[in-house]
Design a protein around this ligand. Structure first.
Ligand code: ADP
Ligand code: MG
Length: 696
């Protein structure tokens, strides 16, 4: 697979080769990412205009577009400057006027010679009781009538490019299309009634009716599927490449994890058992595991992680678990060390704060195998860290990392099993797009005994009441989080908002009752503030979103979120998940800054209605679109140009299984269909995939 197949060259040529596109238009289009004929083809019409021939404008209800043959009558040039130029015309049934502003008379005389027949098309309006078309879109001699498409596509436009230019450009790009071999599974294609690629392209650019513009029109579906298929093929290739590189199978009887389970006051949920069984099966094969453990906040992912770690330790290896923040790493260590102790397993923590001799000692213990399990921040993946026999790497709450970062982790020579844990429930189609290279286990069941969280919306104009209630709750011995939002992505402003709130709450609730944590605080202070809250010394913890991920304080039963309208739904759901972990009835107050927009209110109300993270994420997707839900730039999900993850959600799953099946039967993409799939990868510019094939 040395280079782009020649058959695709025309589609990757210069834009200026297209009719209607000069150097200036080309420059404008390049500015919006349309740099080659293929991009023009991938820019589908948004809507269409009905220009079917009519006998008379009377057949349409003004204001509406009509296309009719007329006999040109008298010209009426403007009598005073600034007035329009009018041309009287007559169709089969009635007469009306064509109206032009700032037009040159000689040009109009040539365009519309009195006494001759012309086809005109444009929007008919009634003005002062007279029917007229102002600046008709088309005026043509009858012989050239076919140039007006009966149903004219309307393209997304950019300043300086006209519909006519786009029309011409797409027509000439369509002329450059080669016939491409078919990469879609023939059975699927037949079942769906999909056209060939080139036919589909011609079809979407020549819609015959509004129904052809629907995302469910066969031609559009096919082209959307091509995009999804290319993406899933890339992921499937990445998956295959990852799985290949390992070698050691970690066989365990589960003896260690049984010991730990016996020391717990509860039993694992069915979902935890299922997930663990899937992971254990992966660990026991010599193929590399690349698995996602998806489970809502509080679903008990940590226990599953621990059992997996214990399995590799039992098999004689080591495991590492990386958390995104220092606070979380410490919490993991505090929670897990007693359990590890009960099984005689050595668990250590390593973060950026370990320095000098202490750090050196830990590194040595890792290298000689004295430490069985390491938890920590990203510091655990620093260059100079060597394990004796690392078998399993667990990445907690890693939803901010995308496909490419994971690929990097895999390429760093850590030929180990990888488990990524995420608490962000995302819609299935997005999960497949983002994590399609992985296998997925889901914790879809929460440990028993949780009390639902009462959620309410309150305006910031009632802050005094809110604080009064909080004082009351604190007097009863309850604990609360008070979260201040990120202002303008700036840590500094962020900090100021939290500090300001901290001072005020301290003034009204009392010295020593209120604590503060934010991202800019020195580590030691952050830890100390956290520890005081965990110990129940402080009752209210004012925080920025550093507490978002994972923090567990069972006695905290109140969550106040200031400027809730500025957070994403998933983030709010995560924050709310911090409470409702103990036996006490919990509440969450979403404080908003009025006026709240209609959609803003609807968003927040979803949180009031449900605690089901998956439902919240589906609603979030429906309201915001795919890119916003997870932040496309970071997620590694491409911006699909035709596919719509919301409306074509089901296709993503089909594309995944199709891509995996294809690679399973034809790992090197050598069969006819495999070769066609390569063409698809080139067509869709899946460079990563192409590199993977060249290597493999
Ligand atoms: P998350 O999935 O958000 O990481 P955690 O692993 O922190 O959730 O678990 C949340 C809480 O639930 C912890 O206090 C943990 O001890 C508890 N827990 C985990 N599994 C169970 C279970 N099967 N039964 C009861 N409590 C459980
Ligand atoms: Mg967790």
């Amino acid at each position: 697979m040395s280079g782009r197949p020649e058959i695709l060259f025309p589609l990757f040529g210069a834009l200026t080769k297209l009719e209607g596109i000069g150097p200036k238009s080309a420059q404008i289009l390049e500015g919006v990412g349309v740099v080659k004929p293929l991009d023009v083809l991938m820019t589908l019409p948004l809507s269409g205009v009905d220009r079917h021939r009519r006998a008379s404008i009377r057949e349409v209800a003004a204001p509406s577009v009509a296309t009719v043959e007329v006999t040109v009558g008298d010209h009426h040039p403007p009598r005073t400057r600034g007035r329009p130029y009018r041309v009287q015309v007559e169709d089969a049934e009635t007469s009306f006027q064509l109206v032009f502003f700032h037009a040159r008379g000689d040009y109009l005389q040539k365009l519309l010679p009195t006494g001759q027949k012309r086809i005109v098309s444009g929007k008919v309006e009634i003005f002062d009781g007279i029917a007229q078309i102002v600046h008709p879109d088309h005026v043509l001699p009858v012989a050239e009538a076919e140039e007006i498409p009966p149903f004219e596509p309307v393209y997304p436009l950019h300043a300086g490019i006209t519909q006519k230019a786009m029309w011409k450009a797409t027509r000439s790009a369509l002329g450059l299309m080669p016939d491409l071999p078919e990469w879609i599974d023939p059975a699927l294609k037949t079942r769906e009634g999909w056209p060939d690629w080139a036919d589909a392209m011609r079809n979407v650019h020549s819609p015959q009716a509004t129904s052809d513009l629907s995302p469910h029109a066969p031609a559009r579906e096919r082209l959307a599927y091509d995009e999804l298929m290319a993406h899933q093929l890339t992921l499937a290739l990445a998956r295959a490449a990852t799985r290949k590189a390992k070698g050691v199978a970690s066989h365990a009887t589960g003896a260690l994890s049984k010991k730990v389970l016996a020391s717990l006051p509860y039993k694992p949920t069915g979902a935890q058992q299922r997930a663990f069984a899937e992971i254990a099966a992966d660990l026991a094969t010599p193929l590399r595991m690349n698995r996602l453990l998806q489970g809502d906040v509080g679903s008990g992912k940590t226990l599953v992680a621990l059992m997996a770690l214990l399995d590799v330790v039992e098999a004689g290896g080591q495991g590492v678990m990386m958390a995104p923040t220092e606070i979380l790493a410490r919490q993991h260590m505090d929670g897990l060390r007693p359990l590890a102790d009960s099984a005689g397993v050595v668990l250590e923590i390593l973060t950026g704060r370990d320095k000098g001799a202490a750090r050196a000692a830990k590194l040595k213990a890792l290298a000689d195998g004295t430490i069985n399990i390491l938890v920590g921040t990203h510091a655990v993946f620093q260059k100079d860290i060597a394990f004796k026999d690392l078998r399993l790497a667990i990445i907690d709450e890693q939803h901010r990392f995308g496909v490419s970062q994971r690929m990097e982790l895999g390429s760093k020579g850590h030929a180990v099993d990888v488990l990524v844990m995420t608490a962000t429930p995302i819609p299935r189609s997005l999960a497949l797009a983002q994590y399609g290279d992985m296998d997925v286990s889901v914790l879809d069941e929460k440990p028993p005994g949780r009390t639902p969280v009462q959620t309410a919306l309150v305006s910031s104009s009632r802050l005094d009441e809110v604080v009064a209630k909080l004082r009351h709750a604190v007097a009863e011995g309850r604990q609360a989080y008070w979260v201040c939002p990120l202002v303008e992505e700036s840590e500094v402003v962020d900090m100021t908002a939290a500090e300001e709130r901290f001072k005020r709450l301290r003034a009204s609730l009392g010295e020593g009752v209120v604590g503060l944590v934010h991202g800019q605080m020195p580590h030691a202070e952050k830890d100390a503030a956290m520890a005081r809250f965990v110990a129940g010394e402080t009752k209210v913890l004012v925080a920025t979103t550093v507490i978002e991920v994972g923090v567990n304080v069972p006695n905290a039963s109140i969550m106040m979120i200031e400027h809730a309208d500025r957070f994403g739904l998933a983030q709010l759901h995560q924050l709310r998940g911090r409470v409702g972990r103990g036996a006490a009835a919990s509440s969450c107050l979403l404080i908003y800054q009025p006026p709240l927009s209609e959609s803003g209110r609807r968003r927040l109300e979803i949180l009031r209605e449900t605690e089901d993270g998956f439902r919240i994420s589906e609603e979030d997707l429906a309201m915001r679109g795919a890119g916003d839900v997870i932040g496309t730039a970071q997620s590694g999900i491409p911006r699909f140009r035709i596919a719509d993850l919301e409306r074509q959600a089901g296709q993503m799953a089909v594309a995944q299984s199709d891509a995996r099946a294809l690679l399973n039967d034809d790992p090197k993409l050598e069969t006819a269909r495999g070769k066609a799939a390569r063409t698809l990868l080139w067509l869709m510019e899946q460079d990563k995939a192409i590199r993977l094939i060249s290597v493999g």
